[in-house]
Design a protein around this ligand. Structure first.
Ligand code: FAD
Length: 391
């Protein structure tokens, strides 16, 4: 299966990337064609539950080829695995009415979903300060009011999961809830697009008294942080796999260029400074992959993976940025122009160090967790990494 996915992404997705990157109706048409091809080849929604129309692969089995699928940012959308996080969350925590109404259609690609936690003017690293509020409506359900931004894929989404305060005051650790908001509801609007280093796909959204049915609360009122934490662990691990695939792609381009280009002194591959870039890129790829695999194994086994996912996320984001940057350097101006995917890979690497929590957040939380274990046990040796036992 991995080889077939790899072939599909290289042969079908890579050549359409420049159209897909631009967004708009042409991109939507290209994506539709890719999805039809993926379905026809039996490659659709492989990690999604079989009972809902997906391929039914476990996370561990999917992880074997998530790198190949994610070698293009468009791979997961083309192959139908993009809604994995929302489907997993709603299958576990959605009310039966919500599951019946949306899950099969999400898996089939008939409707799309997105996730809105981050807000303008509020540090995303501090969810307790969430300003969006949901008040109980006297006639039943909730009224949601607030702003969110950098909501990936909000334009064109049918559903958005919104984190909102349902009780308490800004800064309280309790009182945050997740509500599934149909974007067709009165009071929902996309305010503007927020290009990230020139690329489309991120949006600011407004919720002005949007009425949400009571059964659209995900989990229990007040239960947002546990669900969001679970979702983020899976999401970060998936991103790490995809970033590995993208870094491998940048590395391959870098080596091909070094081997085939050069001046009168011979190919770039003969230059020691170029060899050093290649060595450092290979080193960071090879040292990051086992960290990601360790995180995958713990997440797949349902064990505490917070330390390992934190390590993997920081390492994989830095790795993609470094490898894409070195590949651009070896290409010269061609690496910054429109003829290679390197600008997009570099952009993803740069954004990777901020989205799903910036590096600093992971560094401090992993370090704190490790140091707490020393304080508890009085141990003087290094902690046993990989056991996932450090909480
Ligand atoms: C491409 C992209 C896609 C995104 N998609 C989504 C999405 O779909 N849904 C969504 O809800 N959000 C999304 N985000 C938002 C993203 O998750 C947040 O940007 C991120 O969590 C950081 O929050 P913030 O931007 O508010 O930064 P802040 O919390 O304001 O932090 C700013 C900076 O302060 C520093 N800092 C923060 N905390 C610490 C600390 N403890 N120690 C030291 N320094 C610190 C760091 O340098 C950090 O980068 C996306 C962002 C990007 C770039």
């Amino acid at each position: 299966m991995g080889r077939r996915v790899d072939r599909f992404v290289r042969a079908r997705v890579f050549p359409r990337e420049s159209v897909l990157d631009r967004g708009g109706p042409e991109a939507a048409e290209a994506l539709g064609a890719l999805r039809a091809e993926a379905r026809a080849e039996g490659l659709w929604a492989l990690p999604l539950p079989a009972g809902l129309g997906g391929g039914g692969l476990s996370f561990g089995a999917y992880a074997e080829f998530a790198e190949a699928e994610g070698a293009s940012d468009h791979g997961p959308a083309a192959l139908g695995s993009a809604p994995l996080l929302d489907v997993t969350m709603l299958a576990r925590y959605g009310r039966p009415e919500v599951r019946d109404a949306y899950l099969e259609r999400l898996v089939a690609g008939e409707i799309r979903s997105c996730y809105a936690m981050t807000e303008p003017g509020v540090p995303g690293t501090d969810p307790f300060r969430t300003a969006t509020r949901a008040e109980r409506h006297p006639g039943g359900g909730w009224l949601v009011t607030g702003r969110k931004w950098f909501t990936s894929g909000a334009a064109g989404a049918d559903l958005v999961t919104v984190m909102a305060r349902t009780s308490g005051a800004a800064g309280d650790r309790e009182g945050l809830s997740l509500l599934l908001v149909p974007t067709a509801s009165a009071g929902f609007r996309v305010v503007r697009e927020l290009p990230v280093l020139g690329a489309p796909g991120q949006y600011e959204i407004a919720l002005d008294g949007v009425r949400v049915p009571a059964d659209h609360v995900v989990g229990e009122p007040g239960g947002a942080l546990a669900i969001a934490g679970e979702r983020l662990l899976l999401g970060r691990t998936l991103r790490c796999l995809r970033w590995l695939g993208q870094a491998q792609r940048a590395f391959d381009l870098m080596c091909e260029r070094a081997a085939t280009h050069g001046g009168s002194g011979g190919p770039l591959a003969d230059r020691q400074l170029v060899q050093a870039l290649v060595f450092d890129a290979l080193l960071v790829l090879r040292t990051t992959r086992p960290l990601v695999r360790e995180a995958v194994a713990l997440v797949a086994a349902g064990r505490d993976a917070r330390t390992e996912v934190g390590l993997a996320k920081v390492a994989a984001a830095r790795m993609l940025q470094q490898v894409a940057d070195s590949a651009i350097q070896i290409h010269g101006a061609a690496g910054l122009g429109p003829d290679t995917p390197l600008p997009a890979l570099f952009r993803t690497g740069r954004a990777a160090r901020i989205l799903d929590g910036p590096d600093e957040l992971h560094i401090t939380s992993v370090a704190r967790r490790v140091l707490r274990a020393y304080g508890r046990t009085g141990r003087t040796g290094p902690p046993v990494m990989g056991a996932g036992a450090i909480s």
